[in-house]
Design a binder for this molecule. Structure first.
Ligand code: GRF
Length: 197
């Protein structure tokens, strides 16, 4: 799992694994920020952690190559971006084609990029939500796996809406990882087919 901050999505996966509901094992957590609280959550769960920072690897491709090396050393099958606030380069994506899942706090393809909850609010939508998708070279663009819809209230601030969306992120991310681990996801062009369980 790759993180940059708080790590509540990481925690949701850790908890699902503890309940035997993940279908896989979280083997390594990598953060680009040494102060990310998610690193502590990983350590508490006994998961090995690494920090790969921009300062140590200022060239984007070399940064990503370092991460790829760690993932390969650990024989990782699936990479989960859980609040990882960097766009991946081709060095990374070509190595893990259709094996990188991201969670985004809006109903893609609307409101890509940063502060998606605030973008949705400012746009005046009545419903927003969250999306899990496979990662391709475009930001927040790859084939969609799952989505959850969340209503927007007139009184919402970006923070209030983000708090309403977050538990849904946790659910669809856990569900998406489980579907992947159980071999039930198949990518066909832009679409993700979910096989019967
Ligand atoms: C989540 O809203 C995620 O969708 C976005 O960043 C936030 C990360 O939260 N990309 P956390 O670190 O998992 O708590």
């Amino acid at each position: 799992m790759l993180i940059s901050g708080r790590g509540s999505n990481l925690q949701a996966l850790v908890d699902a694994e503890a309940r035997d509901e993940l279908g896989g094992e979280i083997v390594v957590v990598i953060s680009n920020k040494s102060e990310a609280f998610g690193l502590q959550r990983a350590k508490n769960a006994g998961i090995q952690t690494y920090v790969v920072s921009k300062r140590d690897y200022p060239i984007r491709e070399e940064h990503d190559q370092r991460i790829v090396d760690i993932l390969k050393d650990n024989q990782v099958d699936l990479v989960v971006l859980a609040g990882y606030m960097r766009v991946l380069t081709d060095v990374f994506i070509s190595e893990f084609e259709n094996r990188i899942i991201n969670v985004h706090p809006a109903l893609l393809p609307a409101f890509k990029g940063l502060d998606a909850q605030l973008q949705a609010l400012d746009h005046g939508v009545r419903y927003s939500g969250c999306t899990t998708h496979f990662v391709n070279l475009e930001m927040d663009d790859g084939p969609i796996i799952l989505q959850a819809v969340v209503p927007v209230q007139a009184s919402d601030t970006g923070e209030v809406l983000a708090d309403r969306i977050l538990p849904e992120e946790h659910k669809i991310l856990v569900d998406s990882v489980r579907l992947f681990c159980n071999g039930r996801l198949k990518v066909e062009g832009r679409k993700v087919l979910i096989r019967e369980g």
